[in-house]
Write a protein that binds this ligand. Sequence first.
Ligand SMILES: [Zn+2]
Ligand SMILES: [Zn+2]
Length: 279
Amino acid sequence: MILGGHLSTKDGFGKLPENATKIGFKTYQFFSKNQMQWKAKPIPEQEANLHRDNIKKFNIQKPAIHASYLLNLGSPEKDKLEKSYEAFVDEIKRAEELGIELLIFHPGAHMGSGEKKALDNIVESMNRAIEETKGFKVNLVVENTAGQGTVVGYSMDHLSFIRDNIEDRSRVGFCIDTCHIYQAGYDISNNFEGVMDEIKSKIGSDYIKAIHLNDSKPPFNKHLDRHEMLGKGTIDRSFFRKIFEVKEFSKIPAFLETPEGEEGYPKDIEFLKSLGLEL
Ligand SMILES: [Zn+2]
Ligand SMILES: [Zn+2]
């Protein structure tokens, strides 16, 4: 896997490639707008161009944008769904402008309307967005969830349902968050091979476009989305070596989203090196 981490955009988009390289990353993930607000200022063309140029200059591989947490493409309420859809398309356009090909997003929550209804809404929005942004390079990458509250996307069956119902699958992918999958009841500590086989058979390794590499604060299968620093959480430490050895994942980015953020990444990297990994 290609190691990266979630970075702050405080220095501007153009600085991201350099900031990532300084930490020792070959890639990175970021928010293209405040993740807690609906509206965002357009990206100045000069800033977008600088970002694209620096991706090449610093030889960054497969950087990603994480979409806003406000989106709920599974919402049963028409106006909220439409608002989410518009914000989603805006995220796709911003990614395209910035030269980013992976837009990672949380599928959504059913809010009491039932999982099937939410999954149908998500598929419909994705199909519509792919059509509306025809010719774009951006992949819509659905992230698995921990299964907190009424969110969908915690089970591999949900993800395969989404994949199967997308009309143009050339721009669809999935991101596996290791904390979320463990919280959703997939025991990567004790049944590593079994879980990998399920991912490969239900989603297909070609569709796995990214990993979120996080340890878990709560114990196994609590449906809680709380990340921990690598090696300090409840996931067996050998898991973090094994996942780097999965050959189907060798060319995909793995983004750290651990709680200490940029201050803590050197510790996460140190931990991975202590497992004998060459990063
Ligand atoms: Zn996420
Ligand atoms: Zn999470």
